[in-house]
Unconditional design. Structure first.
Length: 96
């Protein structure tokens, strides 16, 4: 476990992301906006997610949590199973 508050990780596209700022999409609260920083699902699932607009750099909003996770990405609403949503790393955006 990293203890440095300023520590960063590199996502699959070699973009540095602060460790403290990342979490699983499945852990985001309803109404929360976030930017996707990593998709660590299996190759097949990751390919399908990316085809649906769930890819690094995309902004998502959590709309609901039952059953699974209802998200809005690029103007489209999608439902992801909780396990699949747990493989999507995000950086939550501050709500003003």
């Amino acid at each position: 476990m990293l203890s440095d508050a300023n520590a960063t990780i590199m996502n699959r596209h070699e973009i540095p992301v602060p460790v403290a700022a990342t979490r699983a999409l499945a852990d985001c609260a309803i109404g929360r906006n976030a930017v996707i920083v990593d998709v660590s699902a299996s190759a097949g699932d990751a390919c399908r997610l990316r085809a649906l607009g769930v890819f690094e750099g995309a902004e998502v909003r959590v709309v609901g949590t039952r059953p699974g996770l209802l998200i809005e990405v690029r103007g489209t609403r999608l439902v992801l199973g909780t396990e699949l949503a747990a493989t999507v790393g995000v950086r939550p955006l501050d709500i003003a």
